[in-house]
Design a protein around this ligand. Sequence first.
Ligand code: GCU
Length: 331
Amino acid sequence: MTLKLKTLAASLLLAAPMAMVSFSSLAVERVTLKLAHNLDNSHVVHKALAEMAKEIDTASEGKMKLRIYPGGQMGGPRETLEMLQNGALDMTKASASEMEPFAPAYSIFSLPYLFKNDKHFTNVLYGQVGQEMMQETRDKGFISLASYVAGTRSFYANKAIHTPADMKGLKIRVVATPTTIKLIELLGAAPAPIPFGEVYTALQQGVIDGAENNEPSYVQTRHVEVAKFYAEDQHTAVPDYLVVSTKVWDALSDEQRNIITTAAKHSEEYEQKLWADEVAASRKKAQENGATFIQVDKEAFRNVLTPLYDDFKNDPQRAEWLKKIEAVSDQ
Ligand code: GCU
């Protein structure tokens, strides 16, 4: 490329997150999409997204590119979702909890002990209910293209938690949603809404006593170093979502959308395959770092948290989603 052309290409890229240059002789138009997320590049969701980028590149014969910015370089999900809305970014990753403020459907994943088993969870996620949910935010300026399993979330702290009573008075970081805040309060603890990237320092400095997450995030964020007790209460199963701006999505051609949709589907399968090994490896690493995994009586936690179900049943929209999920097979 000549310098002039390079400058033109660069300014095109800067001018719009989605820069298209069309060549009539080619079946697919050139496009570069930018995707930012807050996970480490060793995280399986990042690996799945990187595979997706490769597949899009190959399937489009190099005409379509997905440029990924990991590790919260562009901020947390709140910021990146906002960037999607104002046209500054094309795609991001957000957990269901982070999607909850935009569509009540996603709140269902913050309801503790909802899924009967893993099959029930994946049948919801990858079945009709999940598909329907992924369109729910269309009027907010984005939709989900893929969903990724993220195991179960448990509490971890700088002191041992064996029963719900041990949670009393603890300051616990959560992805703040009405459901998660109530969940923490029902346990007699105090919810602290701190961005993912700031939890390590908050734990280290004693601003909070604990947090809750799956094993890979507990380890990759190094929270394990400053909160040694991981209580396996497994209160929720909160998936991650690949989210795209509807403006960007609707501007793509059918062929471009097909390429992305197919690669997104494959990325879901790939991530699901990696997940179990990642959890096992994270547990091993946590133990090597001095973590203690504590078996707890989940029933005791479930009992304390049942009032959340009444909240859902009393809210017509959320009650509807609850019914739909309960009707999905667990086989
Ligand atoms: C998990 C999840 C992320 C989320 C994070 C959090 O790691 O995969 O999407 O941002 O939890 O607790 O903030």
